[in-house]
Design a protein around this ligand. Structure first.
Ligand code: F6P
Length: 357
């Protein structure tokens, strides 16, 4: 008999359900008896003992379903060791519930913050296996996270739609893409959508270079320009500020996001009409694309196999086209960013794409 606790934590994404289905299908198809405890709304469910008993039927028909059947929430790692508003020790409460239910293992699906807490639980002696989810693709130890390809598809669709209207009106358009502090989503969607300028956090931009590219296009007869701008894009001047100075500056920031600041600067410097489009959370919504369905199912199945073998303390990741197990302590607390000298950046530049650097 194996007793498995499962939870999804942090911002949701496509293919969370597909991944959980993969784990459960693998377990149900084995000869092992399994009991599955689904914790509701991420770590909160584990802290407060809020769970549902699930069986194979609960995971049937969810391969194509977006979101998470367990619900999710953000439980910041920064404050995980602080008592809650009623004085409850959250880490201790999670351990107590784990032992009370006599769980053999926790399967935790999440991104960066989630992995820090998962690793803490491992250090506290719990058996943990994790699966890498996030549209940001910023998790260390895996070349790819599930949710990423689905989000690339959606952000690319947004850029495709903007292309036709930008061309008709001869306007400059900024499409702001999610991704938190990294540019994977913007770079991939930007290249797929044929953006002329791609601004990512890893390569701070110079507004004069951005404007220069727009003018160069105009001089060559292109009346419109598309910019794919990461929500975390940053100017060269701002990148030079210390954390404290940057925080201070942001206190008086009057724009909803960097794209609106850029739009105002470009309008002033070029006289062009600039429009901003923010697809926002649509990038995390809807059904997983076929790639993510297959990918998340594969990772889920491998997680199921590790549970059957009783091997714990790993994230199931993907490296060099192989599904691999990565020790959790190697993953937790590290961000996977785009190296400014990565070959994809070089190739994008060879295609004439400007990074504003
Ligand atoms: O980490 C996924 C993500 O969608 C980021 O791309 C984005 O910055 C953030 O979550 C948005 O968070 P929330 O859903 O809490 O607004």
């Amino acid at each position: 008999m194996k007793r498995i606790g499962m939870l999804t934590s942090g911002g949701d994404c496509q293919a969370l359900n597909a991944a959980m289905r993969g784990v459960v299908k693998c377990l149900v198809n084995s000869k092992e008896n399994v009991e599955i405890y689904g914790f509701i709304d991420g770590y909160k469910g584990l802290i407060y003992g809020n769970f549902r008993m699930l069986d194979g039927h609960d995971f049937s028909g969810i391969l194509t379903k977006g979101g998470t059947i367990l619900g999710s929430s953000r439980t910041p790692f920064k404050t995980i060791k602080d008592p809650d508003e009623n004085g409850i020790d959250k880490v201790d409460a999670m351990k107590q519930n784990y032992y009370k239910l006599r769980l053999d293992c926790l399967v935790i699906l999440g991104g960066n913050g989630t992995h820090k807490t998962a690793n803490l639980l491992r250090e506290e002696g719990l058996n943990v296996i994790t699966l890498p989810k996030t549209i940001d693709n910023d998790l260390w130890g895996t070349d790819m996270t599930f949710g990423f390809q689905s989000a690339v598809n959606i952000a690319t669709d947004a850029i495709d739609c903007i292309h036709t209207t930008a061309a008709s009106h001869g306007r400059v358009f900024i499409v702001e893409v999610m991704g938190h502090k990294v540019g994977w989503l913007t770079l991939n969607a930007g290249m797929a959508g044929g953006a002329d300028i791609i601004l990512i956090p890893e390569i701070p931009y110079d507004i004069k270079k951005v404007v220069g590219k727009i003018q160069e296009r105009n001089n060559n007869g292109s009346k419109f320009t598309i910019l794919a701008v990461a929500e975390g894009a940053i100017s060269k001047e701002d990148a030079k500020l210390s954390k404290k100075e940057y925080k201070e500056k942001m206190k008086n920031y009057k724009f909803p996001s960097v794209s609106y600041e850029l739009a105002q600067q470009i309008e002033k410097m070029t006289g062009h009409e600039v429009r901003v489009t923010v697809p926002g959370h649509t990038q995390r919504g809807g059904s997983p694309c076929p790639y993510d369905r297959v990918f998340a199912s594969r990772l889920g199945a491998e997680a199921g196999e590790l549970i059957l073998k009783g091997e714990y303390g790993f994230m199931i990741g993907y490296r060099n086209r192989e599904v691999v197990k990565v020790p959790l302590e190697e993953v937790a607390g590290k961000l996977k960013m785009i190296a400014p000298d990565a070959s994809i950046v070089k190739e994008a530049k060879l295609l004439g794409i400007s990074f504003g650097d």
